[in-house]
Structures are given as C-alpha cells and as structure tokens.
Design a protein around this ligand. Structure first.
Ligand code: P1T
Length: 395
C-alpha cells in the first residue's frame, strides 16, 4: 500500500462487531476475562487498548517499521527510548534540538550518571569522534529544531552500527510523509505526534517505531511499567488527524516555500533557514534524504528583543505560540519559549539568539500569511505613518 492509503486504512479494519468504518473509541479501562487467562488480547488499558493499537499499527506502517508504540507526549516517548540506557552509559546527540529533549538529557539522565555529548548537527565525522566504549545511543533530530539543519542519517547509521550503537531519529519536523529514517538505517524513530502527525493542535502525544523485536519488547515493557500512555480519545483524534497527513504536508510545504522566498527578499530579514532553498547549507542532503522540505521556516531579523515583542503583537492571522505542525500558522521565539531551558551561552553559541523566529507555516491561504508577515515586519516609521494616515481618515 502507498502512503495515503496506509494513512487511511493501516491498522483500521471496519469494526467486526458492528461494521463501523471508523475505529471506535474504546473508552474502557479494563476488559472482562472469561476465567483464568481467558482474555481476548486485552486485559487493562495501560497495557493495551484497541483504539491505541489501531494508532500504533498505523504509525508503524507509515514509518515502514515493524512495531509502533504510542505515548502520552513526545517527551514520554523519549523516556521510553531512554529506558534502554542504564547508569554509566553514554549518549551522543546533535547540538541543535528541542529544548525539552536537552532538559531530559541534562536534568534527568544526568541523575543516573548517563552523560550526553553534543556534536554540531551536520558534522558527520564529529559523531564518530565522540564515541566512547560506553556509548549506547546516537540521538538525531533532522531537520533540527529550530535551525533546520540536516543530519545525514545513512552516514550516521553506518558509523553507529560499526560500533554497535543504536541510532534514534526524531522525525517530528519532517513527518513520515517526507522522510523515512528506518529506510535510511535508523533503528528507532520518534515522534511528537502533537505536531504534524495529529496536525490539528488539539492533542499532546508521542510515538516510537522500531524494526527489531528485542528493542520493541524493551520499550514496550517500559511503556506498560511506567504508564505514560495516551487515552482512547486522544488516540482516536490522532488517528483521525493522520488520515489527511499527506494532503496537509503537501500544502504546508507549498506555503512554506512561498514564505521562505518572501522572507529571503524582505529588507528587514537577515537570514532565512529553509532546507528547500538552494542557499541552505544542507540543501543537497535534503534532496537526497527527504522527499520534500517540510513546513517549518526559521529566520533572523535586523533588530533586538524589544522588536520581537512589537512584531508578535502585530500578528493577525499567524498566532504567537509554542508548538508546530498544526493546520494554523504559529510563530515562536525559541530563545524565550521552546529553547528557554537551554542556558543562554550554550543556546547562543549554537545560533539560537534573541532575533531568531520560527514559523510553523500553516495551510491557510498563503496570501494571508504573507500579508500578515509583511505588516508585522514593517519597520517602525512605516507603521507610524500608517497609523497617522488612519487617524487622518477617521478625522
Ligand atoms: O511536546 P511533546 O509532545 O512532549 O514533544 C516533545 C518534542 C519532541 N521532539 C521535537 C522535535 C519537538 O519539537 C518536541 C516538542 N516541541 C515543541 C513543543 C516546540 O514548539 O518545538
């Protein structure tokens, strides 16, 4: 089956008891057992729930993996993967990544003497140099959050496997529609399903997809033992969102391209980060490794922190908010929001400074998004003049 067909049908047979086309919301915590050991595959909804199973099977099919596991959030899914580590292990991560992932590595894993080394995201050789005898995982985000650098999954997988290390790829930013890390050699794929997979900004969730049975069993054990699972209704909403993933991603990308070109020509914009632009340092890798460039565009502008406040207050169509991947356009200020948990010196050394803005380009009419950006980015004298003219008209 091809992508859209899987998104609509994988894991989702009509309900055998009623013929319902849509997977029912099995809003139950437990299941009747017919005598000792006499259950029909489900005993208790922390361990398994049919609505969640449909979601897990669908995401696994979309990632071309064998096993899917759904979690209560992207970070809960990360914890599931990190449960593969034990005290004294070492991990390598790309240096540009979601601030919450950094916070788990630095504030939670460190309590168990699990150390993380960070390497510049795009520098393949640096990953190999960072390997130690106790390195157990390499953790990539690609494209990275928020600078949209790309990491060569195939090259890093080759390095990881030569050293018996598992490769994790956080595929949240591209979604399986544009990138299939397991096909490129990754062992574990991670999603914040809160983002493109669900796509409607009404659920917080996460997912892990793997190929190998023993890795599956270890993470599955943790999922049940620690209990960070999504409820049936959130699983159902996410399944419903997935059905339109392909059409949404095409439109996100079309709009993002228009936004990236518009910003590149805007006098107030300093630098635009979008892997689809030929000027992007990883554009050639993006063409090789992805089947599209996604819907995220980051940029820096000429100005200061005070100007950020002014710009975001002027927005009318785009909303100033954390998160990404929903149908609506969201603008975020990583330094104070998504990456606020990374100490300033480290964050700025990695390129996330006060004038960086990250736009999750939605699927509204693109002219409305461009006009909104244009009026929000207008320099002060122009705005002042507009206001004066409006006042004159009203007089
Ligand atoms: O928010 P949650 O569902 O727990 O997902 C965490 C997460 C994991 N990986 C990536 C790449 C992410 O971007 C996130 C969450 N990110 C945001 C909330 C954000 O605005 O960047």
């Amino acid at each position: 089956m091809k992508f859209s067909t899987k998104a609509i049908h994988a894991g989702q047979e009509p309900d055998p008891s009623t013929g319902a086309i849509m997977t029912p919301i099995f809003q139950t915590s437990t299941y009747a057992q017919n005598g000792l050991g006499g259950h029909k595959g489900y005993e208790y909804s922390r361990s398994g729930n049919p609505t969640r199973t449909a979601l897990e099977d669908c995401i696994a099919a979309l990632e071309n993996g064998q096993y899917g596991m759904a979690f209560a959030s992207g970070l809960a899914a990360e914890q599931g993967i990190l449960s593969l580590l034990k005290t004294g292990d070492h991990m390598i991560a790309c240096d540009d990544l979601y601030g919450g992932s950094y916070r788990i590595f630095e504030r939670i894993l460190s309590r168990y003497q699990i150390e993380t080394s960070y390497v510049p995201a795009a520098n393949v050789q640096d990953y190999e140099k960072a390997i130690r005898p106790n390195t157990k995982l390499i953790w990539l985000e690609t494209p990275t959050n928020p600078l949209l650098r790309l990491v060569d999954i195939r090259a890093i997988a080759e390095i990881a496997h030569r050293h018996n290390i598992l490769l994790v790829v956080d595929n949240t930013f591209s979604s399986p529609y544009f990138q299939l890390p397991l096909e490129l050699g990754a062992d574990i794929v991670l999603h914040s399903t809160t983002k493109y997979i669900n796509g409607h900004s009404d659920v917080v969730g996460g997912a892990v997809v793997v190929k190998d049975q023993s890795v599956y069993e270890a993470i599955k054990f943790y999922q049940n033992a620690a209990g960070g699972i999504p409820g049936p209704f959130d699983s159902w909403l996410t399944l419903r969102g997935i059905k339109t993933l392909a059409v949404r991603m095409k439109q996100h990308q079309e709009n993002a391209f228009a936004v990236a070109r518009f910003l590149s020509d805007h006098p107030r914009v300093e630098k635009v980060y979008y892997p689809g632009l030929p000027s992007h340092p990883d554009h050639e890798l993006a063409k090789r490794q992805m089947s599209g460039f996604g819907g995220m565009v980051s940029f820096t502008f000429k100005g200061s922190l005070e100007d950020v406040d002014q710009i975001v207050r002027r927005l009318k169509v785009i909303t100033f908010a954390e998160s990404l991947g929903g149908i609506e356009s969201l603008l975020c200020h990583p330094a104070s929001m998504t990456h606020g948990s990374i100490p300033r010196e480290i964050r700025e050394a990695r390129g996330v400074d006060d004038t960086l803005l990250r736009l999750s380009v939605g699927i509204e009419d693109v002219e409305d998004i461009l006009n909104d950006l244009d009026q929000a980015l207008a320099t002060r004298p122009e705005i002042d003049q507009d206001i004066q003219e409006q006042q004159l008209v009203h007089k």
